[in-house]
Design a protein. Sequence first.
Length: 596
Amino acid sequence: MDTTDDNHTEGIKMEIENQQIVENDCFSTLSDKTHQHLLISERPSSSCRMVRLRSRPSLQSTKSFPPYSQCIGGLGEDEESDDQHNSDMACQANATNVKEDKREELQSTERNEELTTRSPRDWLKAKWKLRRKERSGGSFEVDADSCERGRWSGKRRVEETEEKEEFDDDDDEGCANAEGKHWRGRNSSFEKVRKEEEEDEDGRSTISAVEGDTKSSRETPTRNDEEELPGMTEGSTTQQWSSPHPILSKLLHSSTSSSSSLNLSSAESDEVFSEGEDAGSKRKTFRKCRSWKTFLTMMHWSMSRQSSWVQLAGHQGNFQVSKGGEVLKLYSEVEANCLDCLMRDPLRPFVPQYHGLVTRGELCYIRLEDLLSGLKRPVIMDCKMGVRTYQEDELIKARVKAPLRSDMYQKMVKMDPSAPSAEEHAQKGVTKWRYLQWRDSTSSTSTLGFRIEGVMMEDGSIQRDFRKIQTLAQVTEALLYFTRSQLDTLRAYHSRLLALSDALKNSPFFRTHEVIGSSLLFVHDHSKASVWMIDFGKTTPLPDSQELRHNVPWSEGSREDGYLIGLSSLVTSLAQAISVASWQQEESCEEEQISP
Ligand SMILES: O=P(O)(O)O[C@H]1[C@H](O)[C@@H](OP(=O)(O)O)[C@H](OP(=O)(O)O)[C@@H](OP(=O)(O)O)[C@H]1O
Ligand SMILES: Nc1ncnc2c1ncn2[C@@H]1O[C@H](COP(=O)(O)OP(=O)(O)O)[C@@H](O)[C@H]1O
């Protein structure tokens, strides 16, 4: 079991106490302790240990569970799939959905009779069983192999970062090109700070200028003008070496084999050469040494670039992968202020550690703990929280004279050509509020108080066609897919969300801030699972001593965000997923026992 630690100084890491959740009752009391990364217990959670151990592969073989787009009618239509294969799968999904719809029509009378006479819990169970029966009845005509290929042949996550790496190669140019509007917006306040900094004769650091008197409260709020390694362009890091040179080999073997050990000082590199050489050979050796130093440096970067970091949602170009388990996010004053407050709030264990600011080229970045650091083949899900994703200002602007956004109009048409009004079609543009509001109403945001923005599975394939999900049952199905019905993972998430719920109740930050567009990032691998609050770019403090309840619907002027409505929906859905996964497990136990 991998027990790699989080970087939190106050971190409390504890193993999940599976027994805290009664096997089939997910609403039972859970640990009130604060979890950060919850270790997924290897202990079996059901009594049929032997069977379960054997049946575990069959749980994992939810690989044969059809791709999500095929589980829920209509979802396969999303054109925003990440690769060609996904769109192929979507076509298959449509065909399958038509067939399924017909079959469902025929069975609906029988199904309704059966379902309406039951309690919600029984209803869910019966529904699940019916679905299972349908699939196992041989009438599910999807080519299971091709489903499998679809789900397991998505883009590798490293490809996702290629665009960003190109930008990395030349910070300044990248800044100008990528997401120019957003960059300028986010960094405009930083520009102001930079000017102040230049005027400051004491050479005060950027961080102290930005953070002012809050500096002392910060854990490591130091400026760190990232030094690129000499003679090194990041573009060269894409080069791969199949087998190391003997000298590198020697170094590798004498090192602790961690990638950081490759970041050698020149003294260390010198050691690989023998003494007693003449001046000529020393010069040659020196050149050789330098080239090896460069080589090793490149290797180091290459290795660090192969980290599993991925940006699942949000603005492309906003992030840079950094060294030492950190990611850099483009500076926003609003977000930096929030993170600053959060480091002194009960919510701190649920937020990536904030390490202050750093400049790279012309731009300023927020240094954040990399939540994927230490995870092996992480599986990630981004859930955008709240009953709305627009700020009230956006609505006010839309009424007065908001600029029309043709990009948003196009995104809208792509998802649903009939969505824009005749007027919007004519002007080929919509206001930002109109677009965001439409996104909220066509997803589960308005109804459930959150939506799944995207999921990345352990093979690196990314799926974003969850964004049209509207019902809790669909969310539950998505959670089962995302976790591959693994009970330990589901329980870890459930437990973590309950702990978050407690922390939110005690959080002065939460009471006094309107939290818009913030996400919960679910991350797990084979041994750990956790949920984190991220993205505070649209989270703003309330005026005076106003406080929010977060669990009531929004009405204009109230500034309520419905964050707790979303959290409660998620907890309920996770509980349902745990129930379903338990039944699945029980059934496979039974099947195992019946079969000789
Ligand atoms: O997810 P899609 O449908 O692409 O829409 C995005 C998200 O709503 C972004 O919100 P978030 O940052 O919460 O993900 C929002 O950014 P902001 O509202 O933060 O600016 C973008 O607005 P523009 O950045 O204006 O394009 C908008 O285009
Ligand atoms: N601290 C972090 N560690 C790891 N991944 C992160 C972290 N912060 C953000 N991400 C990744 O980046 C994505 C976008 O983050 P977010 O803060 O929402 O960006 P934006 O403000 O551009 O919307 C997330 O979905 C997640 O995949």
